[in-house]
Design a protein around this ligand. Structure first.
Ligand SMILES: C[S@@+](CC[C@H](N)C(=O)[O-])C[C@H]1O[C@@H](n2cnc3c(N)ncnc32)[C@H](O)[C@@H]1O
Length: 364
């Protein structure tokens, strides 16, 4: 999924540094997991991972890629007549996706609010999804909710399907990458039909304990996981609050059994509980100190960049105070800036490249 701060392309760099400080895989905690790119890579290298994030769609992606070790199969009775039609007691993931892809569209929360098919959507001119795709998202999401509420689908399988839907919806979203705005004419990707495509969980390679996903505050996760070998921190580094940029996938993941009260032209969700102190200049240093204070980790790595709210010198000072001063190191890599759109009359990027930093300290 396209995501601000997604570290997929930086994974080799991060793994190199991890390999230097601790060659043998152990237990890692990634409390700002986002798309789970780093958690997945660590798990693939044999680490046991404790991932987390404040956002529901991140949690779904974490379950899909971190918590699950293999593609699950699904109880055949989910789909009417499946057993009679020779499916046996279990349905494969691909057959279930074919079923979800074939559902007739419904007019649900997404159609009503994020496409021109709905009254609220039309009133605000919202064009996040074509009416056809909005109806297909509604049909799939409401079906998953009905299965889960009837306890016919366990929570992990439910999250796995939600993650599959979030990824599918993102491919046909009429945006330039973030949901802070929508494009005023249908783009080619938005005109394509929604298609749920299989995701692939990362296999467990640690020969032992399962990895886990968490929905909630980084500080809570760090305080609850106990001793870990590696704490990998990738917090937001500027004032952009993630829920304002990804409110649509958040609605799709959280569902609308209690419909959120939307506001503004883009249909923002109530996000008081999701706003992050890491995006507030006056609070981010205290957040870093508090998090490190709570952590019981041998190694701490922090991804940040040179345009962030915290100056590199401040991070270095906090790290040195928190661990073995002489072990402090910073590795930098030039990285192509995340651009949700190109230069235009309203926006000119002054620099095309930013410097990604990886700060390291060993705890004493
Ligand atoms: C830079 S992104 C992480 C990107 C991730 N490493 C990836 O590769 O996709 C920061 C993430 O931190 C999450 N976040 C912000 N404040 C948080 C908090 N206080 N506790 C937990 N997660 C938080 C955001 O929702 C966002 O997903």
């Amino acid at each position: 999924m396209r995501y601000i701060g997604n570290k997929t392309r930086l994974v080799p760099f991060i793994l190199d540094v991890v390999g230097d400080v601790q060659p043998d895989a152990g237990v890692a905690c990634d409390p700002f997991a986002g798309t789970a790119s780093v958690s997945r890579a660590l798990k693939d290298r044999g680490w046991t991972v404790r991932s987390g994030d404040l956002l529901a769609f991140s949690y779904a992606l974490q379950v899909a890629h971190v918590e699950l070790d293999r593609t699950p199969r699904f109880p055949a009775p989910l789909v009417e007549d499946a057993e009679e039609r020779g499916a046996g007691r279990w349905l494969s993931y691909t057959r279930l996706l074919a079923y979800l892809n074939g559902l007739p569209p419904r007019h649900g929360f997404i159609s009503e609010n994020y496409s021109p098919a709905g009254r609220a959507g039309a009133r605000h001119g919202r064009m996040y999804f074509t009416p056809g795709n909005a109806g297909a998202i509604d049909a799939a999401r409401e079906q998953i909710a009905a299965w889960s509420e009837g306890e016919r689908l366990d929570p992990a399988r439910s999250q796995f399907l939600i993650a599959t839907l979030v990824e599918a919806a993102d491919r046909v979203a009429n945006t330039t990458g973030v949901y802070a705005s929508f494009v005023k004419s249908w783009q080619p990707n938005a005109r394509r039909q929604l298609e749920l495509r299989p995701l692939k969980p990362t296999s467990r390679r640690n020969g032992g304990r399962p990895s886990t996903a968490y929905l909630g505050e980084a500080e809570e996760l760090v305080a609850s996981v106990g001793t870990v070998d590696l704490l990998y921190l990738d917090p937001p580094y500027n004032e952009r609050q993630y829920p304002a940029y990804y409110h649509v996938p958040e609605v799709i993941a959280a569902g609308w059994s209690t419909p959120p009260k939307l506001r503004g032209k883009t249909g923002l969700i109530p996000d008081d509980a999701l706003r992050s102190d890491w995006c507030r200049r006056a609070r981010c240093e205290a957040s870093l100190r508090a998090l490190i204070d709570r952590a019981d980790a041998k190694h701490i790595l922090l991804s940040y960049n040179d345009e962030g709210l915290l100056a590199a010198e401040v991070i270095a000072a906090v790290f040195r105070e928190a661990g073995d001063e002489d072990s402090y190191r910073r590795a930098d890599v030039k990285y192509r800036r995340y651009r949700s759109d190109g230069d235009g009359p309203s926006r000119t990027y002054l620099r095309d490249r930013v410097q990604e930093q990886l700060h390291y300290i060993r705890r004493t």
